[in-house]
Ligand binder design. Structure first.
Ligand code: HDE
Length: 735
């Protein structure tokens, strides 16, 4: 006799909090709401009615689970079998469709910038550019334009970690009233190469090596440095990626740059060159390399979680859009070329004029639909914004459309909501895979004589986009102009603009990366370039690598200029935040911890609109000295100090006795100390510092917590973020 088939009933998970629920272990603005229905039910499945029809309703009131054809499903747990133990039947169209769809869920990841994270927001014009550009978005002060921004790393694949040492993409799609404008920039204002024809080689060299397919998301390997050491034009970019710009604390604490010189064109057809800048209102902030490595293990999603939490907590990240505007006569004064994407125009020479603000205030509803399918194209410009002859930009204008077809599979990728303009589209393009917005009527060509109502859209010579009438009359050549030949002067300018501690980080990063390079000749060749940038830097790196002797300087097409002055705008530390606002304090509590001190810390943190998270010996939380229960956000070995901008240890004697020998706790304090963070500690926490071997080294940024006043004073200092003098004491490379 056939056995009775086993069916699984949907189980219920209780959603109401137990009455003795402890205090939350994190700032309330960060806490995510509990779902009101966590029942295992069909409600997560596709419930969107096409065109607003009402759903078929199940007996419990939820929408009925259906196939893609809308057929109601009775059993989604068991495939159709001949008898309880099979065979499984081919006629099971529901099972077939479900698996078929699943098998096709993935689309190719981006060939570069695969790992990214996006959010919605708006751009608000604060200063009119009407005299300089006819672009609608730059006309009316106070007007808001919807935007979608995607941040990314470059080299790693989609599942790689966030804190790779890498350039970050900063791509913005402006849904303007005259169509979509995409400003597809990076967090570094220059690029590795001057001509797009070298891009495939650059990317091949940076990605995992093709035979072994490692290392993932790292430039610390032979192929990358081999290519770079043979490409002197990369040297300015190398200074930037070896600086802490390549390990930002958060997307919110990075600058963004359009990199190329673009043009703005006004109603008279006059052109002004422009370089675009995004300046974070949050101030610049990066992490240390040792910290980055550990964050990648503790929370590979550190940057996406940070953006998600900030926006959901109501702390909307904001950037100013700035422009550097100049004309040909100004450009001609430089001995470098403004068409060369390996050069900047220092802000001290041409100040950045702020014309608007970007606010990100809404996370995506669906990662795939929005962040994964968003298709940026540098050639998406609007009337009033135009290209220059930067040869890198020209290559990009070709590449991005191509890549969208590859990834999204159809020329109709513009029909996907995240890519569609928010204004009507009218043309005679038609058909193709997955065409979603289809023209009606008989006429699909022009010119036609069907009249205004039936004949469809027409060109508008006045409103329409007209390319700037740039004149060119030259021979066809494969050649790089002389004006692109100086590869070292601005690299040097960047280096000398850094504070000593930042210069140390550049040297450390070079030593780290080149120490992973197996071939000594490549290491040495890199040092030969550094000699053209700064002799001290070259000597420090050579020593760090243990080179037997300094190689001769690389041959330079143009000798390095040593008269370019330092630029404060290039330092991260000089452009840090005004306060600890929006940053995260980790409060490590133990049972019996002083309730008043904890309350004082929380109060001070709330006052400056920062956030906190409680770390405890276990996730169940702790009971404070006054009997209050506090839930933990992190168990200590899941919440290492690298996740926080500063830490406070409010520990009781009994807590210290329990924790002093715990390896995770010791790592917590040693890392906070080694990473130059501000640390507050109760007297009872001392045994932890003793056992961790740092009790004798505590300095003025390790602040004793005895009273509520101490807690407030500690929080007041946190805007400095790091106690840099400590680094020189804890790092072998500094000795
Ligand atoms: Fe890109 N780049 N790129 N790039 N790029 C892509 O387009 C390319 C360059 C940048 O969040 C690709 O949609 C070439 C500079 C960002 O979706 C591809 C060259 C800058 C993003 C492509 C460059 C960028 C991309 C891959 C050399 C800074 C991510 C997927 C001429 C100004 C956008 C895609 C997003 C993505 C080509 C150089 C920024 C293959 C040929 C310089 C932020 O089309």
């Amino acid at each position: 006799m056939a056995k009775k088939p086993i069916t699984r009933k949907p189980s219920k998970t209780p959603t109401d909090l137990s009455p003795d629920q402890p205090l939350s272990g994190q700032s309330p603005r960060q806490a995510s709401p509990l779902p009101d229905d966590v029942e295992i039910s069909p409600s997560y499945a596709q419930v969107q009615g096409q065109g607003g029809e009402t759903h078929q309703t199940a007996t419990n009131g939820a929408p009925v689970l259906t196939t893609q054809q809308g057929v109601p499903v009775a059993d989604d747990q068991n495939s159709l079998k001949q008898g309880a133990r099979g065979p499984t039947l081919l006629e099971d169209f529901h099972f077939r469709e479900k698996i078929f769809h699943f098998d096709h869920e993935r689309i190719p990841e981006r060939v570069v910038h695969a790992r990214g994270y996006g959010a919605h927001g708006f751009f608000e014009l604060t200063e009119s550019l009407a005299d300089i550009s006819r672009a609608d978005i730059f006309q009316r002060v106070g007007e808001r334009t919807p935007v979608f921004v995607r941040f990314s790393t470059v080299a790693g694949s989609k599942g790689s970690f966030d804190l790779a040492r890498d350039v970050r993409g900063f791509a913005t799609k402006f849904y303007t009233k005259e169509g979509n404008w995409d400003l597809v920039g990076n967090n570094i204002p220059v690029f590795f190469i001057q001509d797009a024809i070298k891009f495939p080689d650059l990317v091949h060299a940076a990605k995992p090596e093709p035979d072994r397919m490692f290392p993932q998301a790292q430039t610390a390997h032979d192929n990358f440095w081999d290519f770079i050491s043979l490409t002197p034009e990369s040297m300015h970019m190398v200074m930037w990626i070896m600086s802490d710009r390549a390990i930002p604390r958060s997307f919110r604490t990075m600058e963004g740059f359009g990199v190329h010189s673009f043009r703005l064109v006004n109603t008279e057809g006059q052109s002004t060159f422009v370089k675009f800048h995004w300046k974070p209102k949050q101030g610049l902030q990066s992490v240390l390399w040792n910290e980055a490595v550990k964050i990648n293990g503790a929370d590979p999603d550190f940057h996406r979680r940070d953006l998600w939490d900030a926006i959901n907590g109501g702390d909307f990240p904001e950037w100013e859009l700035g422009v550097q505007l100049f004309d040909q006569a100004f450009a001609d004064k430089f001995d470098f070329d403004v068409l060369d994407a390996t050069k900047i125009i220092p802000e001290e020479i041409l100040p950045v004029r702020s014309i608007g603000r970007l606010v990100l205030d809404r996370v995506v509803d669906n990662f795939f639909a929005e962040t994964e399918q968003v298709a940026f194209c540098t050639q998406n410009v609007v009337p009033g914004i135009d290209f220059t002859n930067d040869p890198l930009l020209a290559g990009r204008n070709f590449s991005y459309l191509d890549t969208q077809l590859k990834r999204l599979g159809s020329p109709n990728f513009t029909h996907i909501p995240i890519n569609a303009p928010k204004i009507p589209v009218a043309n005679f393009q038609q058909d193709g895979h997955m065409a979603m917005t289809n023209p009606k009527g008989r006429v699909n060509y022009e010119p036609n004589s069907w009249g205004v109502t039936l004949g469809g859209p027409r060109e508008d010579p006045v409103r329409g986009f007209r390319s700037y009438a740039d004149e060119a009359d030259d021979a066809k050549l494969r050649i790089r102009p002389e004006s692109f030949a100086d590869h070292y002067s601005q690299a040097r300018q960047f280096y000398i603009s850094q504070l000593p501690i930042e210069q140390k980080h550049v040297a450390d990063a070079l030593v780290f990366e080149l120490s992973k390079v197996e071939r000594p000749d490549i290491r040495s060749r890199m040092v030969s370039h550094l000699r053209n940038i700064d002799e001290n830097l070259a000597a420090t790196v050579a020593e760090g690598l243990g080179l037997p002797q300094l190689p001769a300087p690389a041959q330079a097409a143009v000798a390095t200029r040593t008269d370019l002055p330092p630029s404060d705008a290039l330092s991260i530390v000089k452009n840090g935040p005004a306060s600890f606002r929006g940053r995260k304090l980790g409060i490590f509590l133990s049972d019996g911890a002083d309730a008043a001190l904890f309350a004082a810390l929380v109060k001070a943190i709330d006052k400056i609109e920062a956030i906190y998270e409680v770390i405890a010996p276990n996730i169940g939380g702790v009971t404070l000295s006054d009997g209050t229960k506090v839930a933990a956000k992190q168990k200590v070995d899941g919440g290492p100090s690298v996740l926080f901008d500063a830490v406070a240890l409010v520990i009781s004697e009994e807590g210290a006795a329990l924790l002093a020998t715990d390896a995770a706790t010791q790592d917590f304090v040693r890392d906070a100390f080694g990473h130059c963070k501000f640390i507050a500690l109760t007297a009872a926490a001392q045994p932890i510092f003793i056992k961790s071997g740092i009790a004798d080294d505590l300095d003025e940024a390790c602040i004793p917590l005895t009273s509520a006043k101490d807690a407030a004073a500690f929080v007041d200092q946190l805007g400095v973020l790091r106690h840099w003098p400590r680094e020189l004491k804890v790092d072998l490379d500094a000795k």
